[in-house]
Design a protein around this ligand. Structure first.
Ligand SMILES: Nc1ncnc2c1ncn2[C@@H]1O[C@H](COP(=O)(O)OP(=O)(O)OP(=O)(O)O)[C@@H](O)[C@H]1O
Ligand SMILES: [Mg+2]
Length: 468
C-alpha cells in the first residue's frame, strides 16, 4: 500500500514538474543545458562558407542563406529579425548577425552561425560532429542546394535592383518600376523589333554556346535627356523578368574595381551604365575599362544570360572603339517627341485619343518644334484634370521652348556639317535629337564592317542592328 502511495506521489510530482517546465518555457533552458553537456563529449569540425571568394560571389553562400532563412528552427531562436515579405501582409524571418541556428539531417544535429566580421565580411559557419561528417556532409550540402533552388524558383517574381556601394560590393532593393513597353511612347515598329530581339536572345542559349560566345547582348541607348532611355531599361527588365545592376561609375575607383563588380553580377540580369559620354570624362574609369565590360575574356568568367545597356546623350563624344561591331549589338536612338509620340503620351497621360487642339499641335510639330517626352509628360501630369488646359500648356511650351530647342539644334547641326563634309543627313531623329548624328569616325566604322542598317528613314536611325 505504502509503495502504491509512493508511486502515486512520484507520478504527481513528475506531472507537476512537467507542467512547470512546459508552461514556463523552462524546458528550453533544460534542453540547452543538455545540449551543452552533450557537446562536451563530442569533437566538432567547422566549415566556413564566405560570401565572396576573392572577387566572385560565392553562390553556396546565397543558397545557404536562402535555406537557413526557411528553417522552422529560426522561429525557436532567442532572437531573430522580422521583415515584411513580398505581399504587404506577409512577415518573413531573417537571421541576425552572429545568430546561431540548429538543423537536423538524417538524425544528425548541425549548427550554423551567421557570421560577420568588423570589416563587414559575411560568412556562414557550419559546425558538425566529426562522427557524423563522413555520413552526412555530402548529402546535407546537396540537400541545401535542392531546397534553396526550389525556394529561389518560387521567389523569382521578386526582381531586384542592385546598386554598387563602396568596397566593390552590390546592395539590392526590390525592383518594382512600373514602366513597361506598353506605356513607353515609341514607334510600334521599333518597339516590336526590340521585343523580338530580346525574345530571340532569351531563346538563344544553345545557339550562343555552339558559336562559342558568351550568352549576352548589349544595347546602346542614345538621345537627349528626358526621352525615355532609363524608362526603357526598366521596361526591358520587366519584359525579361531580369534583375537590374545599375553601375554608378562615380563610386568605382578604377578599372579593376569595375571588373570585380562585373564578376559579382548574377545571370538573368540587365547591367546598366548610364550617361556614358558624361561620366567617361569625369571618372577614374577609362574607356578601355568600360570596354572590358563587353570583352569576352572577362565576361566568360561571369554569369551568362546578361543584357548590357549603355546610355548616352550623343554618340559623337564617345570613343569609336566603344561602337565597334560585336561590342554593342544594338543601337537605339531616342528622339525628341514627334506628333505620333505626343499622341501616345496624350492617350496615356490624359486619356485623350482625339482632341480639337490636335491639328494645331500637329502643325507646330511639322514646323520642327519639339520637346522631350519628359517635358511634355510633366505638363500633362500637372494639368491632368483638364485635357484642354494641358494641351494649351503643351502648345505654349512647344511654341516657346520647342523653337528655341530647334534653333539650338540647327546651329549644332551646322557646326557638325562644318566639321566634316562627310557628315550626312539631319541629326538623328525627325524630332531633332541632340545626339543622333554619326561622327565621321563612326561612319567609317560602319562602312568598314558593313553594318546593317534596318531602314534608311528617320525611323531607321532609331534602330541600328549591328547583329552578330
Ligand atoms: N518615350 C517616353 N514615353 C513615356 N514616358 C516618357 C518617355 N520618355 C520620357 N518619359 C517620362 O519622362 C521621365 C524621364 O524619362 P527618363 O528618365 O527615362 O529619360 P532619360 O532619357 O533617361 O533622361 P536622362 O538622359 O536625363 O537620364 C520619366 O518619368 C518617363 O516616364
Ligand atoms: Mg536616364
Amino acid at each position: 500500500m505504502g509503495r502504491i502511495l509512493w508511486l502515486l506521489g512520484a507520478g504527481i510530482v513528475l506531472f507537476l514538474v512537467r507542467i512547470v517546465l512546459f508552461k514556463t518555457g523552462l524546458i528550453h533552458m533544460v534542453k540547452k543545458w543538455r545540449r551543452t553537456i552533450v557537446d562536451l563529449f563530442h569533437v566538432y569540425q567547422h566549415y566556413k562558407v564566405p560570401e565572396f571568394n576573392e572577387v566572385q560571389e560565392n553562390h553556396l553562400y546565397r543558397k545557404v542563406y536562402t535555406y537557413l532563412n526557411s528553417l522552422s528552427s529560426i522561429e525557436d531562436s532567442d532572437f531573430t529579425n522580422l521583415f515584411t515579405g513580398k505581399k504587404s501582409n506577409e512577415i518573413v524571418l531573417r537571421l541576425d548577425r552572429n545568430q546561431v541556428v540548429g538543423d537536423e539531417f538524417l538524425g544528425a544535429r548541425v549548427c550554423w552561425t551567421n557570421g560577420e566580421d568588423e570589416n563587414g565580411a559575411k560568412s556562414f559557419v557550419l559546425k558538425i560532429r566529426i562522427a557524423d561528417k563522413r555520413r552526412i556532409l555530402g548529402p546535407y550540402l546537396q540537400h541545401i542546394h535542392t531546397v534553396a533552388d526550389e525556394l529561389e524558383q518560387r521567389n523569382t517574381e521578386l526582381k531586384k535592383l542592385f546598386i554598387n556601394v563602396k568596397n566593390k560590393r552590390w546592395r539590392s532593393i526590390p525592383f518594382n518600376h512600373p514602366c513597361t513597353f506598353d506605356n513607353i511612347a515609341m514607334e510600334t515598329d521599333l518597339k516590336n523589333k526590340v521585343k523580338s530581339d530580346l525574345e530571340s536572345f532569351l531563346k538563344g542559349k544553345q545557339y550562343y554556346n555552339r558559336l562559342g560566345r558568351v550568352w549576352k547582348r548589349s544595347y546602346l541607348l542614345y538621345g537627349p535627356s528626358g526621352t525615355g532611355k532609363s524608362s526603357f531599361v526598366a521596361a526591358m527588365a520587366n519584359f525579361l523578368d531580369y534583375d537590374v545592376y545599375d553601375v554608378d561609375l562615380s563610386k568605382v575607383a578604377d578599372d579593376s574595381d569595375l571588373k570585380m563588380l562585373l564578376l559579382q553580377t548574377r545571370g538573368k540580369s540587365v547591367i546598366v551604365i548610364e550617361d556614358l559620354d558624361r561620366l567617361a570624362k569625369s571618372t577614374a574609369v577609362s574607356v578601355s575599362g568600360i570596354l572590358n565590360f563587353t570583352d569576352s575574356i572577362l565576361t566568360s568568367c561571369a554569369a551568362d544570360e546578361r543584357i548590357m545597356v549603355f546610355t548616352m546623350t550623343g554618340k559623337e563624344n564617345i570613343d569609336p572603339a566603344m561602337l565597334r561591331p560585336g561590342r554593342v549589338d544594338v543601337h537605339i536612338h531616342f528622339p525628341l517627341c514627334d506628333f505620333t509620340a505626343f499622341k501616345t503620351l496624350a492617350n496615356s497621360y490624359l486619356g485623350v485619343k482625339e482632341h480639337k487642339l490636335f491639328p494645331q499641335v500637329e502643325g507646330i510639330f511639322q514646323n520642327g518644334a519639339s520637346l522631350s517626352p519628359a517635358e511634355i509628360g510633366e505638363l500633362m501630369i500637372a494639368n491632368r484634370s483638364s485635357p484642354t488646359r494641358a494641351l494649351k500648356y503643351v502648345i505654349n511650351a512647344l511654341q516657346r521652348d520647342g523653337n528655341v530647342r530647334r534653333s539650338f539644334l540647327e546651329n549644332g547641326s551646322r557646326r557638325s556639317e562644318d566639321a566634316s563634309s562627310e557628315m550626312s543627313g539631319p541629326l538623328c531623329g525627325g524630332g531633332g535629337g541632340g545626339g543622333g548624328g554619326s561622327s565621321p569616325g563612326v561612319k567609317e566604322f560602319r562602312k568598314l564592317y558593313g553594318l546593317l542598317r534596318i531602314k534608311s528613314s528617320r525611323k531607321s536611325e532609331s534602330y541600328d542592328a549591328a547583329r552578330d
